[in-house]
Design a protein. Structure first.
Length: 272
C-alpha cells in the first residue's frame, strides 16, 4: 500500500494498484508474433488504461519483473488479478490454457482477436473485440471498444458469463428440473450441436471461395490432365489436414473436380 506526503506533514494512504493481466501469443523477441503482441499491448491496451483506468497496472508474462517461476507467476495472475485480457489471435495453446483457467475461476475476462482470424466455436458466441493494423484509425476504434468493455466488466452489477458458467448453470438446472424439462434441455444441446456443424461448414465454404480465387502456384503449373488437386492437397490448402477425407463435407472421390473449382470461382467473382 503506497503512501504520499500531504500539506501539514501528514501522510495520505493510497489504495494499492489493481492489476490487469494480458495473455495471448508472445513469440520470440524480433519475431512477427512478438511484433503483433507488442502492437496490441503498447498501441491499444496500455493507452486505454493510462487514459481511463489509472488505478490499474497492466502486466504481460514476459514483462514480469519479480523473480520466481514464470509458470507459477502466470497462473497466479490469471487466477487472482482483477481483470484479464486474452488475445485469441493465432489460437495459441498457452493462451487458451490460461483462458480456460480464468473461465473456471469465473472472474472477469475480455476477449480480443485480430480481425479476420477464426475464433473457436466454444468461445465464439461470447463478445470479443476485433483489432487490426491496416489503418491508424483502427487502433482508436479498438481502444474505444476496449474502454466500453472494461467499463462493463467493472460495473457492480456485472455477471461473468463464459462456457464454464453456462455449462454449470445447465447442470444446476438439471438438478432442479421439473418432469419434462429434461426433454427441453436435450433439445437445447441438440440445437447447439447442429449450430456447431453449420458453423464449421460455413467456415469451410468461406475458405473455399477465398482459396479458389487465389490457388497455390503449384496447382497453376499443372497440365490440363492434372488440373484438379488431390483431396489431400485441397484439405491442406485450407489448413485442415485430412479435411478431404470427410465425406460429410467434401464428398468422396477426387474432390474437388474442375467443375467444382469453376463454380467456386464464379461465386468468388460475384462477391467481388
Amino acid at each position: 500500500m503506497g503512501k504520499q506526503n500531504v500539506a501539514g506533514g501528514g501522510v495520505m494512504t493510497q489504495a494499492p494498484k489493481r492489476t490487469c493481466f494480458v495473455v495471448g501469443p508472445i513469440g520470440d523477441a524480433g519475431s512477427p508474433v512478438r511484433g503483433h503482441a507488442d502492437w496490441l499491448l503498447d498501441e491499444i491496451i496500455t493507452p486505454v488504461f493510462s487514459d481511463h483506468f489509472k488505478e490499474f497496472d497492466v502486466i504481460r508474462a514476459d514483462r514480469i519483473s519479480s523473480p520466481g517461476m514464470i509458470d507459477s507467476q502466470i497462473i497466479n495472475h490469471v487466477l487472482d488479478d482483477e481483470l484479464v485480457i486474452a488475445d485469441l489471435t493465432f489460437q495459441n495453446a498457452n493462451a487458451f490454457y490460461e483462458l480456460a483457467l480464468r473461465h473456471m475461476e469465473r472472474k472477469p475476462i475480455i476477449h480480443m482477436f485480430r480481425a479476420g482470424e477464426i475464433i473457436p466455436f466454444d468461445v465464439k458466441p461470447y463478445r470479443a473485440i476485433p483489432f487490426a493494423f491496416e489503418h491508424p484509425k483502427q487502433r482508436f476504434e479498438a481502444r474505444d471498444l476496449l474502454k466500453q468493455a472494461i467499463d462493463a466488466v467493472l460495473a457492480k452489477d456485472f455477471e461473468v458469463e463464459n462456457p464454464v458458467t453456462r455449462a454449470r448453470g445447465i447442470a444446476e438446472l438439471r438438478k432442479h428440473a421439473m418432469p419434462g424439462m429434461d426433454i427441453v434441455l436435450a433439445d437445447i444441446e441438440g440445437l447447439k450441436s447442429q449450430l456447431q456443424t453449420v458453423a464449421q461448414q460455413a467456415a469451410t465454404a468461406l475458405r473455399a471461395v477465398s482459396f479458389s480465387s487465389n490457388p497455390p502456384r503449384s496447382w497453376l503449373n499443372r497440365g490440363a490432365a492434372q488440373a484438379a488437386p488431390t483431396p489431400g492437397e485441397f484439405g491442406a490448402g485450407f489448413g485442415y489436414q485430412g479435411l478431404a477425407n470427410s465425406e460429410t463435407i467434401l464428398g468422396s472421390g477426387d474432390f474437388p473436380s474442375a467443375d467444382a473449382l469453376k463454380a467456386l470461382s464464379e461465386v468468388s467473382k460475384k462477391k467481388t
